[in-house]
Every structure is written in C-alpha cells, then in structure tokens.
Design a protein around this ligand. Structure first.
Ligand SMILES: NC(=O)C1=CN([C@@H]2O[C@H](COP(=O)(O)OP(=O)(O)OC[C@H]3O[C@@H](n4cnc5c(N)ncnc54)[C@H](O)[C@@H]3O)[C@@H](O)[C@H]2O)C=CC1
Ligand SMILES: O=C(O)[C@@H]1CCC=N1
Length: 265
C-alpha cells in the first residue's frame, strides 16, 4: 500500500498540528506532502520552504495517494467541488471533520475509499489522541499509518462512535484548558501574583497529567496519594465533587458536544 504523496486540504489549527506531528515523528517527510489552503499560514509556509508543494496545480495534487481533509464541516461541500472526480481512484480520503458522515463523503468521492479520524491538536507534539473508523480495510490501514506515530489511537467499531470520540477527546483538550483557566483565576483569588498563578496552574496540570501517563495508575489511586485524611485536598474535593456535581457537569458537557457532532453533518 502506498500512502504518499499525501495531500492535506486545510492547514488551519488542526491541519497545522498534523504537519507539526509529521515533523516530530519523521514518518512523513515534507517532500511527500502537498498542501491546499485558501490562505496558507505559518506551518504550511514552512513546509513549503522545506519541500512540500503548496497549492500545486490539479495535475500535481491529483497524484496524491492519501487525502487528509481538514476544512470546517460547513465548507466541505465547496472544497469537494474542487476535488471530486479528479482524485486517483486508488487513493484513500481521511476526513478529520466533525460530524461529516462516510456515506456523504463516499457519495461525492467514490470510488475513493474513506476513513474518518478524530484527532486532537496534541498530534502536534507527537503525542496526540486519534479515534479511527473505516469500513474499508485499506482505508483503515492508511489512517493507522498516518496517525499511529503521532497519537494514541482507538479503532472504533461503529461510525456513530466517532461522535462520542469527538465529544470526549476531539473537544476534550479545550475542557482541560478551561480547567487550567479556572485554576489560574482561583489562584488569583487566594492572593497569588498573576505570574505565580499562571505558573502554578499550568505546571500542576502538566505534572499531574505526566504522572497519570507515566504511572498508569487509576485516578482514584493518584487522588488517594495526594489527599491526606482530614487535609486540604479533601476539603477542596468535597466542594469540587459535591453531590456528583463534577461528574454531572462533565457528563452534560460531553453530551452537549456529542449532540452537536450529530447535528454537524
Ligand atoms: N481544531 C481542533 O481541535 C479539531 C478540529 N477538527 C476538525 O478539523 C477541521 C478543521 O478544523 P480547524 O483546523 O480547527 O479549522 P480552521 O478554520 O483552523 O482550518 C480550516 C482551514 O481550511 C482552509 N480551507 C477552507 N476551505 C478550503 C478549501 N476549499 N480549500 C482549501 N482550504 C480550505 C482554511 O483556509 C483554513 O486554513 C474541522 O472539520 C474540525 O471539525 C477535528 C478535531 C479537532
Ligand atoms: O469544535 C469542533 O467542532 C472541533 C471538533 C473537535 C474539536 N474541534
């Protein structure tokens, strides 16, 4: 199976993160990448300088073996008008768009095979998260080849689960950043300086995540190691988790994102 050259359509927040991930992992080199974007910015430009083809002619991009579509769900049909009928029939199209269904993509791009992937912007670090769904074996293989070196992956058995993955991990980094923001604000309210509040909130989140990663321990076990009986953490957790409040809030958050993902297509 030949995965390259890869055509990335849309080098915005996520597309650029994917490019940065390729740079980190080295499994796809810039010379194996073509980029189509209406207004190519930073990472796309620097890929161009390093050998990627930036907005090449259709004769050139039509040779792509893998097409990664990373435009907004609302603009995919406009983008499709430009690509449909011009792609290599043996190519695989990987959509990272929330909500847009395989059935709709296949209708426009057949006989090109389709995979759906829901990554996080963390792929930029080479340690993102990506959920993968493809009914076709070659499409699944291509999606794994592209994303496994830059993300912890989950292969989903049913396309409907992509909406769930979108709500949990696709959107998830923003929930974590929102928590960081709240912790920083709270640090100010107990009189830390803005600079210290920023450092402590961020470093706490990063070091806690690192411990979760490196120890493989369950959150409950890690909580027990922080929370002394009758101590400060216990006092804080009594507020944070009172009456299942945190569970309820996160559940409602994920359900709202899940519903929106179902609507987006
Ligand atoms: N940002 C994120 O964390 C995640 C985003 N996604 C999905 O990735 C997709 C892209 O999202 P973002 O990167 O956040 O959006 P974005 O707005 O930052 O990037 C979209 C890019 O597509 C380009 N574009 C639009 N129409 C085009 C066309 N016809 N031809 C070529 N380029 C075109 C724009 O110039 C822009 O650079 C969305 O479908 C979203 O659902 C999925 C997972 C995570
Ligand atoms: O907010 C969104 O719709 C996209 C999908 C997951 C993350 N960002």
């Amino acid at each position: 199976m030949s995965v390259t050259p890869i055509l990335l359509v849309g080098a915005g927040a996520l597309g650029s993160s994917i490019l940065k991930g390729f740079r980190r992992s080295g499994h796809i080199s810039p010379s194996d990448v073509m980029i189509l974007d209406l207004k190519p910015q930073g990472e796309a430009q620097s890929y161009g300088a390093d050998g990627a083809q930036l907005n090449p002619t259709p004769e050139v991009w039509a040779r792509a073996k893998t097409i990664i579509v990373a435009v907004k769900p609302q603009s995919w049909r406009d983008m499709a008008k430009m690509l449909a009928g011009k792609l290599d029939p043996e190519a695989v199209l990987i959509s990272v768009m929330a909500g847009v269904r395989t059935k709709d993509l296949a209708e426009v791009f057949a006989p090109v095979k389709v995979a759906r992937v829901m990554p996080t912007t963390g792929v930029a670090t080479g340690k993102g998260v990506a959920s993968i769904y493809a009914a076709d074996a070659s499409a699944l293989e291509a999606a794994r080849f592209v994303f496994e070196p830059i993300a912890a992956t989950a292969t989903l058995s049913d396309e409907g689960l992509i909406d769930a993955a979108t709500a949990v991990s696709g959107s998830g980094p923003a929930y974590v950043y929102a928590f960081a923001r709240s912790l920083e604000k709270a640090a100010l309210s107990v009189n830390l300086t803005p600079a210290d509040a920023r450092t402590l909130a961020r470093a706490t989140l990063i070091s806690a995540a690192r411990l979760l990663d490196e120890t493989g321990e369950e959150p409950d076990d890690l909580i027990r190691k922080v929370a002394s009986p009758g101590g400060t953490t216990e006092a804080g957790l009594k507020v944070l988790c009172a009456d299942g409040g945190l569970d309820d809030l996160i559940k409602a958050t994920v359900e709202a994102a899940f519903k929106r993902s179902q609507e987006l297509g």
